[in-house]
Design a binder for this molecule. Structure first.
Ligand code: 3EB
Length: 351
């Protein structure tokens, strides 16, 4: 890949990582392990997010590995394990849900409590370490579609997240991070990982969709705090991180019950975000061809249909990792996210 790519992400089979020498790990900002949670053999310095979602369609477990070409240092801040260079930080945390999941007697639920704790700790850490700008957050927690006395668990998560943005004096509209929020198996902890930077990123919205932070209250009392994508510049290189992207037009779920059509709509939304990124950059820096994808599939039985659709929509060279997860609206069968580096200008003959 050409261009000043400074922060890279790679999707590697777990077994391949076992063969990497210790020196190679020095350039790793952080890693994410999917699937069966094999013993992760890395240096203790490397933060690893244990995203236990089952991986679909391969015999192995994949790791998402973030690399930066500059000297890095690691540390812990409360429950957060982080690693950072001069401009960018990768962090992860795992919090178990304790106490009542029901939220009786008007108290907040166990999910609200750990969500609030997690975001409070993230913002405190980022402020004290000097990387105040949250670029992208990955959120995974148990039973996202479950209901409690206060409503749906995803709505509880949204209430707590939004509240902590406010308490940490962050905006809750406009320049907010890109994100995703997926459901894991009952009993799973809250697992979060994130990228943050010293410099502000540029949040993008999708003209095909209502901004999530403006969703009407039929999707929960407090709207979700995320942008559709962010454009980040790190060490002179630029990256596009989309949020989890689903079959939503305006604020409405479309193609309920049709995994193939939902897949097409999700990709149309990502194509629009790539176009927005190029518009904002004033150059053809981004392309679908240069993106790497994760597809969250609600029902493993839909995998082949979704995979066949993506084979028609995306170049064969695009890596796609398939993970089984619950998606925040019950009618959604698939959600797709993409990351990619920008080249200097694709229209000038690169790409
Ligand atoms: C949506 O567009 C689908 O709550 O962080 C996508 C990306 C979704 C991020 C989040 C939720 C989140 O509303 C769900």
């Amino acid at each position: 890949m050409s261009g000043p790519t400074i922060i890279r992400v790679n999707y590697l089979p777990h077994e391949e990582l076992l063969l990497r020498p210790p020196a190679w790990w020095q350039g790793v900002l952080g890693a994410v392990s999917f699937g069966r949670g094999l013993q992760f053999p890395v240096a203790p310095d490397i933060p690893v997010a244990p995203v236990g979602l089952p991986e679909l369609g391969t015999g192995h477990s994949t790791c998402e590995v973030w690399e930066v070409s500059e000297p890095l240092r690691s540390g812990h801040c409360g429950p957060i394990h982080y690693r950072a260079g001069t401009q960018v930080l990768f962090g992860r945390l795992v919090l178990e849900e304790v106490g009542s999941a029901i939220g009786d007697h008007g108290h907040s639920t166990s999910l609200q409590k750990i969500t609030a704790q997690a975001y409070a700790q993230v913002f405190a850490a980022l402020d004290s370490l000097g990387y105040p700008n949250l670029l992208r957050v990955w959120n995974y927690f148990a039973e996202i579609n479950g209901t409690t006395a206060l409503g749906e668990r995803y709505h509880e998560f949204n209430t707590a997240r939004r509240q902590e943005f406010l308490l940490a004096r962050r905006v809750i509209e406009g320049q907010v991070p890109a994100a995703c929020a997926l459901g894991s198996a009952p009993g799973s902890p809250l697992v979060m990982y994130f990228l943050a930077s010293t410099a502000a990123a540029h949040a993008l919205e999708n003209p095909r969709q209502l901004s999530a932070y403006r969703y009407p209250t039929e999707y929960g009392p407090d709207s979700p705090t995320f942008s559709r994508a962010v454009l980040a510049t790190v060490l002179g290189g630029s990256c596009l991180y989309t949020s989890g992207t689903a079959s939503i037009l305006g604020h409405c779920t479309v193609h309920a019950g049709n995994a193939a059509a939902q897949t097409r709509e999700s990709i149309s939304n990502i194509v629009e975000l790539v176009a927005q990124a190029n518009r904002v950059s004033g150059a053809q820096r981004y392309s679908i061809e240069a993106m790497q994808f994760k597809a969250y599939v609600r029902h493993a039985a839909d995998l082949e249909e979704i995979r066949a659709e993506l084979a028609m929509l995306l170049p064969a060279s695009c890596p796609i990792t398939y993970l089984q997860a619950d998606i925040c609206r019950r009618e959604l069968l698939v959600e797709i996210e993409a990351v990619g580096s920008g080249t200097t200008d694709i229209s000038s003959g690169l790409g």
